[in-house]
Design a protein around this ligand. Structure first.
Ligand code: FAD
Length: 371
């Protein structure tokens, strides 16, 4: 690769930027990836790393099922299983009214032709989680779902990307994109690069990159929190969420309990700062205790907040720019993009290389968000 020139520049060194860079170098492209801070610094390391097809928007289900198959073959893609453990994901009903909501969802899935979600009664729920509170009446399970280790995933993707010869530039921010002969000039705070294609994988800052090419979109962000407890004896394998609360609850392979699921902290996108909100954290801890009373005396040892882009329909932006030829987007996963990592980069790499993807990505078109 000549200095200052590449076939494709990827903006953002989170998991989606890395996965797309990997798919592109595997197709023989010269790729340079710019990351403002360091690889995996943002949502990709803050994540609770749930690998979930359960309870997805119908528009995302086909992609998430295909991505799940790749989690089972992760070793072949990046030389590591990324700590993926398939213990299932369960949406728990805490009342009969919630159980009815799960039954309605189950019927909707069958109508749409999806069979990955299964209703379970209180007995099966207790078999899978003997310590769950007596008041829980059943659930909806996706048995092949699970969770992975985000740091191992980042390290594995990075090794694979660099191993295939892509250039990673950390500590470099992309400031502007200017049309150039045959492509784009990527103006960074450390010089310019000329490229044919640009991939916007800038996460919560994805709309800022859109603006660089004249696309103004409706876009917000979430500042989701996760907290982790001390290690306790291994007690269960599934990841739990609930119908009526913002809660996800799992036990890591090291024995720590990891609680997240959308409890919100504070964040400032411009300054790149995040804050733990201790009141919200206490609410999340209380909800976890109500679901699993036995954890009452377990100590919380760490908590953090991560920034993630959020679209009005909570679906990501995947595919070509609506206004700028040669620019492609992968951002706005609205809190559930980790599971899609092994697939979406490849979809965008196909759009760049062959002009189309074999997957239906119409629902993720950036045009739906243009103001
Ligand atoms: C607390 C939390 C819990 C989550 N839990 C789950 C879960 O259980 N399951 C699930 O599926 N998903 C989960 N998610 C969502 C998932 O983690 C994200 O969807 C995914 O990591 C997004 O990856 P990304 O590469 O798009 O973004 P990021 O990892 O945020 O990467 C974007 C990168 O772009 C860089 N960047 C931005 N602008 C520029 C610029 N101008 N120049 C250079 N670099 C730039 C940023 O510094 C950043 O590193 C969670 C998210 C959070 C925050």
């Amino acid at each position: 690769m000549r200095a200052g020139q590449a076939t494709t520049a990827v903006i953002g060194g989170g998991l989606h930027g890395l996965a797309c860079a990997l798919a592109l170098v595997q197709r023989g492209q010269d790729v340079v990836l710019f990351e403002r801070s360091w690889i995996g610094r943002r949502a990709s390391s803050a994540t609770a790393a749930g690998v979930r097809t359960l309870w997805r928007d119908p528009a995302e289900i086909s992609l998430s099922l295909e991505a799940l198959e790749r989690w089972y073959r992760m070793d072949a893609l990046v030389g590591d299983d990324c700590g993926f453990r398939a213990g299932g994901q369960i949406k728990v009903a805490e009342s009969h009214a919630e159980m009815e909501a799960l039954a309605a969802r189950f019927a909707q899935m069958r109508e749409l032709g999806f069979h990955h979600e299964e209703l379970i009664d209180a007995r099966e729920l207790r078999r899978l989680a003997p310590m769950i509170s007596e008041h829980c009446v059943g659930g909806l399970i996706a048995r092949r779902d699970g969770a992975a280790d985000p740091h191992r995933t980042i390290a594995a993707f990075r090794r694979a990307v660099e191993g295939h010869g892509a250039v990673i530039r950390e500590g470099i921010a992309v400031m502007a994109l200017e049309p150039a002969v045959g492509g784009w000039r990527v103006v960074t705070d450390a010089g310019s690069w000329t490229v044919r294609h640009v991939v916007n994988a800038a996460g919560a800052w994805g709309a800022q990159v859109c603006r660089m090419v004249g696309e103004v979109i409706q876009f917000g962000y979430k500042a989701s929190m996760v907290f982790v407890t001390e290690r306790v004896e291994q007690a269960f394998r599934p990841v739990f969420s609930t119908v009526g609360r913002s809660l996800s609850f799992k036990q890591s392979s090291q024995g720590t309990l990891v609680v997240g699921g959308g409890i919100q902290g504070g964040g400032d996108l411009e300054k790149g700062l995040t804050q733990v909100d201790f009141r919200a954290l206490a609410k999340g801890a209380a909800a976890a205790q109500e679901l699993f009373p036995a954890i009452r005396n377990v100590q919380i040892v760490r908590a953090w907040t991560g920034l993630e882009g959020k679209t009005p329909d909570l679906l990501p932006v995947i595919g070509p720019s609506a206004r700028a030829s040669g620019v492609f987007h992968i951002f706005g996963f609205s809190g559930h993009g980790f599971e899609l990592v092994p697939l979406v980069g490849e979809i965008v790499a196909d759009c760049i290389t062959y002009g189309r993807s074999r997957y239906d990505i119409g629902s993720f078109d950036v045009a739906r968000l243009l103001t």
